[in-house]
Unconditional design. Structure first.
Length: 265
């Protein structure tokens, strides 16, 4: 079996490298900063860090090349996590820690391990920050369940069983702590996640609707229009790609105010 250390070949200096589309990278960074553990685990399992297609060569040495890319990634991630709620000193200390670990790395296999450990560490910390702030324990458990099962159909009964509470109690908690019904919260979480795929991927509307277990593409479109003021198609046309200006925070933000003001044409 071919070892991971032989997967990367950087010796062909004569070929022009066509860099991968920036949307792929921004979707990855957004998944980290939004605490999407499942997506990042899939990324790691698919060995995406070692996928050199469309990645610039920063060093002729394969290990050193990955180290340079690692430093770029952790720098972006640390700043985006600060923009999304992580304490600045904590984020930068974590970044420093992982960069210092590179001194002990001498193989591609170990580079992949430290990269995966780093991104999962940041992602898990962001998940906790986003989901657990100021919530009761049952509500925290509900948040954990919802964001771990966004692709599935989720009911109040599912949350009640998971937390060992009654459905009526869970419904009341959502109203008291979040000010919305359980179904409204789940729907909004799915729609928010679908925005990422509309903006940073080429998946069809039908694929996205099916991925997040909406009953149909038309149902998904109706809910999306009601939530944002735009159909999914219009949203993709307006926000697809890298249309931010200047700050890292803009990568993570959608101009919800302008979305709500725009009418379907």
């Amino acid at each position: 079996m071919q070892s991971l250390d032989t997967k990367i070949n950087l010796t062909d200096e004569d070929k022009d490298v066509v860099h991968r589309h920036q949307n792929t990278e921004f979707l990855f960074y957004q998944q980290v900063a939004k605490g999407d553990v499942e997506a990042i685990k899939n990324n790691c399992q698919n060995h995406e860090f070692l996928n050199q297609a469309g990645v610039g060569t920063l060093s002729k040495d394969p290990v050193q090349n990955l180290k340079y890319h690692f430093v770029v990634s952790v720098a972006i991630i640390s700043r985006l996590c600060v923009d999304n709620g992580m304490e600045m000193e904590k984020s930068y200390r974590l970044s420093d820690h992982y960069i210092q670990e590179l001194d002990n790395i001498n193989s591609i296999t170990d580079m992949e391990k430290i990269h995966d450990k780093m991104v999962l560490d940041y992602t898990e910390k962001m998940r906790v920050i986003r989901q657990n702030a100021g919530l009761s324990r049952p509500m925290t458990e509900c948040m954990n369940f919802i964001y771990s099962h966004l692709k599935e159909r989720i009911t109040v009964k599912d949350l009640a069983e998971y937390t060992s509470n009654s459905a009526s109690y869970i419904s009341r908690l959502f109203k008291e702590e979040l000010g919305v019904s359980t179904s409204d919260y789940i729907r909004s979480a799915k729609l928010e996640a679908s925005k990422n795929l509309l903006r940073f991927s080429d998946y069809s509307l039908a694929d996205i609707a099916n991925y997040y277990s909406f009953t149909s593409q038309s149902h998904f479109s109706q809910l999306f229009l009601k939530e944002t003021g735009l159909t999914p198609k219009k949203y993709r046309e307006k926000y697809y790609g890298t249309q931010w200006k200047g700050t890292a925070n803009d990568i993570m933000s959608y101009t919800d105010g302008s979305q709500n003001e725009e009418n379907l044409s």
